[in-house]
Structure formats: C-alpha cells, structure tokens
Design a protein around this ligand. Sequence first.
Ligand code: GLU
Ligand code: ASP
Length: 495
Amino acid sequence: MLSKDDIVKSVPQKGFLGHPKGLSTLFFTEFWERFSYYGMRAILIFFMYYELNEGGLGLDRGTANSIMALYGSLVYMSGIIGGWVADRLLGTRKTIFYGGILIMIGHILLALPGGVEMLFTSMAFIIIGTGLLKPNVSSIVGDIYADGDYRRDAGFSIFYTGINAGSFLAPLIVGTIGQTYSFHLGFGIAAVGMFFGLVIFKLTEKKYLGIAGTQVNNPLQPEERKKTVMMALGGTVVIALAAYALHTQGLLTVNTFGLVVTTLGILIPTMFFIVMYRSEKTTKDEKSRVLAYIPLFISAVIFWAIQEQGATILATYANDRTNLNFLGITLKSSWFQSLNPLFIITLAPMFAMLWVKWGEKQPSTPRKFAYALFFAGLSFIIMMIPSSLSGGTTLVSPMWLVVSFLLVVIGELLLSPVGLSATTQLAPKAFAAQTMSLWFLTSAAAQAINAQLAKVYEVVSEFLYFGIIGGIAIAFGIIILIISPIVSKAMRGVK
Ligand code: GLU
Ligand code: ASP
C-alpha cells in the first residue's frame, strides 16, 4: 500500500504556476475534455431540433430539451461507476485514460452522418466515458498535495479555471463551425479536442504525476469477483428484458425513458443518504453531518437545475426568441454558452479576494447556498421582463440573456467551489471514495428534474415558467437562510 507521503514525493512539487507539475497534466486534460463536452452540447441541442433541411434531426423542441437534460443527468450519474472502477478495479489513472477513449469515440460517432440511432449510441459512449474520466481527474488534484499544503485550495481553483477556459472556448469554435458549416464537422472538432486531451495526458502523466492515481485503493477480492460479474450481467439482462418488453408494447419512448431516469435521479441520492445514515461505520457526529447535508444537497439540486437550463431552455431561447443582430454583427445562438464560463473566469478571482478579505466573517456554507439560490432565482425572474414585454412573440435583446447568465454565475461562484469541499467534509469517512460521485449527483438529480420541466416549458407561457421556477428557488433560499443556524450546528464543527 502506497502512503500519501510516497505519492506526494513522486510528484514534482513545483513547475506549474507555483504548484505541483502534475496539476498541469490534470488542468489540460480536463480543459480538453470539457472543451469537447461543452462544445458538443452547444450544438447538440440545435442539431436535434433544427429541421432536416437545416442539417438537424427535426425533433420537436420539448423532446430535444428533454433529451439534453436526460443525457446530462446520466453523464453525472455514471460518475458512480467511474468512482467504483477506479477504486476497485483499475486505479484512477487508467480509468481516466479509458474514459477519454470512450468520449472520443462518442464524438467521432456524431461526426459521422447518421440519425437518431447514431445519436443515442454516441450518448452511451460519452455517458460512460465521462463517468470514468471526470470524477477521477478531479480526485487526483487532491492527491498531489501533501496534507495541510496551503496551496491545495488554490490548486482546485486553478483546475476550475481550466474547466471553464475549455467551456468558454468550445462554443466559439465548435459552435461557430457547427452552425456555419455542418453540425457533424463541429462534433468532429469536439473529438479532436478530446484527442488532444488524451495525448497530453499520456505524454506527461509519468513525469508529472509520478505514482499518483496508479494504485487500486480497495481492490476487488477474488471471492467478490464472481458475485460482481453475476450482478453486472444480471442487471444488464433485466434492463435489456424490460426494454424489450416496453419496445414490443410500443412504450420505449423518450417519455418513458425520461420517467425512469427522473425517478433514478431522485432515488439514487435518497438511497445514498439512507445507507450513509444507517451504516454501522457512521459515528454519531457523522450522522448529524449527514442530516445537515440534506438541505444543502437539495439547494444544490435546485441551483443546478436552473444553471443547467442555460444549456437547454435558454439555449433555445437564444435561438428562437432573441434578436441575434447585435451592433452590426450576427451572433450565433451557440455563442451564448460561452457567457457562463466567461463570467466564471472573470469573477472568480474577485470572489477569492473577497473571501480572503472577509476571513472569518464570511458567510457560513448554508448561507452561501441560500444566496446562490437567490441569484439563480433572480436569473429566471429577470427573464419574465423580456417575456412579458415581447408578448412572447417579437424578438428580444440579447442583453437579457447576458444579465441572466451573469446572475447565475454569481450564484455558481457562491455554491460550486464550497459544494465539493462541504461534501468531502460532511460525508462519513467510510464513504470517502464516493464523495466525488455524491456531489455530482446534485447535477444528475437536477437534470433528471429538468427533463420533466422541459415539457412544462412547452405548455405554459414563458412568463409563468420563469416566474414559478425562479420563485421556487428564492423561496427555498429563504427557508435555508432561516434554518442555516440549525444546519451549521448540525455540521458539528465543519465550517
Ligand atoms: N460546470 C462544472 C463542470 O463542468 C460543474 C459541474 C457540476 O458540478 O455540475 O465541471
Ligand atoms: N460553469 C460551468 C462549469 O464550471 C461551465 C459551463 O456551464 O459552461 O464547468
């Protein structure tokens, strides 16, 4: 068994912005992975609902938005598989590499001319691939710093900037090419992006990451192997049979599939909580922390539900309802996807400075979550204005969306950086290997809910839609604010 010390010693501790050299490997791998993911998503929505003669698949908008959300939900749900594979079978590094390969294949499939079947096959590759890659690449970031290394938090911030730099560039490149020439060419560029990520990872991992991420922490024992294979096979057979039965009844539709995913999106975290709470390995203090984590988890779900609609509902709003002629240039609707990461990159340093300046006086984690919900809610409330002024018909100024994205980002900067660290500290020790997956389940649950909301958006007025959802977020924020002292106390010493 390698000790933490051995791992840290094997990583050159300087060489990338004053941080361990390994951070550059992780930074650029994740930069390119996110470039491919968000580039693909920036055009996927339009590929699905543009008419056939515009190079699209001609799906209706509600279905396209639902599929986007289901896809996003499964991408984050599969992090559970990625965490398990790394922990018990392959170790983090190999898991990342195989994940990247699957992601690249997924994008290549979309680059080929093909219909809905090709789309779903590509999604399967990217869902599994991202599940293998994303949580593991983040978890090595934590491994390359010694315990108590003061650079660790800054390291995560740099990594987070890498994520958003990739997400910023992608819509501008993949989006422009996809919407100007062909969607397939755009998906091809996403595949090339993932390829770059893999090359960088392979070329630098040995030198920069030393032995970090090479160890299988909790290897599957021979006697467990048979049981695991049987369970995996059994599960696959049951799913295949159920799908077949639904298919013969003509019930295997996006709708039924959506209901299953939405149910799973809510059920899986619920089970996680029950298992963590009831486990014999969970101490009394840890039980209290699990309970404290529940309202935070729900807040994060509501927050991500709004944030993720930036890539679905608001992407279609940019396309259908916004005047894209702006100051003499014709905007591409995919470009709006660069706003969120652009604001993240520009505002993150200000927030970091603010927290340093406030020091001990900064708001507690539950309070930050509550404020995040206020901003997310406001980002939707603000969209009621153009929706009412335009009567739902004339085109509105792109500035409304700019303001809306800005508001969400303020929330994101309050919630996202503290969210993962709160999860790490609040989850019982015995579940440490699953904490990254647990945090990603907030996004999975959010998008599982969004798959249903996408249908609602098609039947109510925009005004009502933005108003009700924005209102719910704000109302929940108020509740969290009121109970925040109780939550903080139940966190038993965790800040
Ligand atoms: N946008 C961030 C990323 O892609 C946050 C993901 C999330 O937790 O939903 O890494
Ligand atoms: N802000 C998101 C994340 O941190 C990126 C995006 O939504 O484009 O990766």
